[in-house]
Design a protein around this ligand. Structure first.
Ligand SMILES: NC(=O)c1ccc[n+]([C@@H]2O[C@H](COP(=O)([O-])OP(=O)(O)OC[C@H]3O[C@@H](n4cnc5c(N)ncnc54)[C@H](O)[C@@H]3O)[C@@H](O)[C@H]2O)c1
Length: 240
């Protein structure tokens, strides 16, 4: 079972009438067969419920949710529903699509209305979806300060930001120092990540650290200022 304990949302998990199996329904059935809990989203609730019934007949776990993927409030609704039911989201599968003009129209026959409707569905829906899903699947935390920097005169430092991005696979830890003047090229400051020092070498007005994806948290990013201009600033990155 490759998706044991995972939570998946399949948008467009119903299917249009016909003899075959739609991509969305097939995906939902496959995810469930591999052990995922599947939220079957469709604006045709009856069709999503048929998919859920098929999953349950095979001892899978699924629920149906009525939503129109072009409406941001609906998208927020199914993201919240998945969290409420199962506490997490690991997979977001966007299946919804339509063919232009309800058929395979020639390019010059596509009306403005159909073009807009198609764009809204494919791009708007997916962008909303990615955004809304990302907000929920990602915990991003920034710490900022204005003041001095490690070894750099206080008045030259504009800001320090540390960020930890939590994905379902692990963490990306980022720290960035920005100076008001650019005369410090080659100088360095130190940031600790989980207590281990990382030296940031200044390039122009910036010094940046970006760790490759690390394992699940918690992690701590800390900027220590040897010049004593500000107390240590800490960003605590939660566990997944
Ligand atoms: N089935 C194929 O062989 C195939 C092959 C290549 C590409 N595609 C494309 O993949 C996409 C999906 O194919 P399918 O076979 O799963 O289609 P499908 O019509 O069987 O399923 C799409 C589902 O999306 C739902 N839906 C449509 N608009 C929605 C909206 N705004 N909000 C929420 N739900 C909505 C429909 O009710 C339907 O249940 C289509 O764009 C299709 O052109 C399909």
């Amino acid at each position: 079972m490759r998706l044991k304990d995972k939570v998946a949302i399949v948008v467009g998990a119903g299917q249009s009438p016909g003899e075959g199996v739609g991509n969305g329904r097939a995906t939902a059935l496959t995810f469930a067969r591999e052990g995922a809990k599947v939220l079957c989203v469709d604006y045709n609730l009856g069709s999503a419920e048929e998919t859920v019934d098929m999953i349950k007949k095979n001892q899978g776990t699924a629920a149906a949710f009525k939503a129109d993927v072009t409406k941001e409030s609906d998208i927020k609704g199914f993201v919240a529903d998945a969290h409420k039911r199962w506490g997490r989201i690991d997979i977001l599968h966007n299946n919804v699509g339509v063919s232009i003009s309800g058929g395979d129209a020639e390019l010059l026959e596509i009306t403005e209305e159909n073009f807009d409707a198609t764009f809204n569905l494919f791009d708007g829906g997916y962008i909303y979806n990615a955004n809304t899903g990302a907000v929920d699947m990602t915990v991003t935390k920034w710490a900022s300060l204005v003041g001095g920097g490690g070894g750099i005169p206080c008045e030259d430092l504009r800001s320090f930001q540390a960020r930890c991005k939590v994905t379902s696979r692990g963490h990306n830890l980022q720290a960035q120092l920005t100076l008001t003047d650019t005369s410090h090229a080659g100088e360095s400051v130190t940031v600790t990540v989980d207590g281990a020092p990382f030296v940031l070498t200044i390039n122009g007005s910036k010094a940046q650290l970006s760790t490759p994806e690390t394992t699940a948290g918690p992690h701590t990013i800390e900027l220590v200022d040897p010049a004593g201009c500000f107390p240590p600033r800490v960003v605590n990155c939660p566990a997944d």
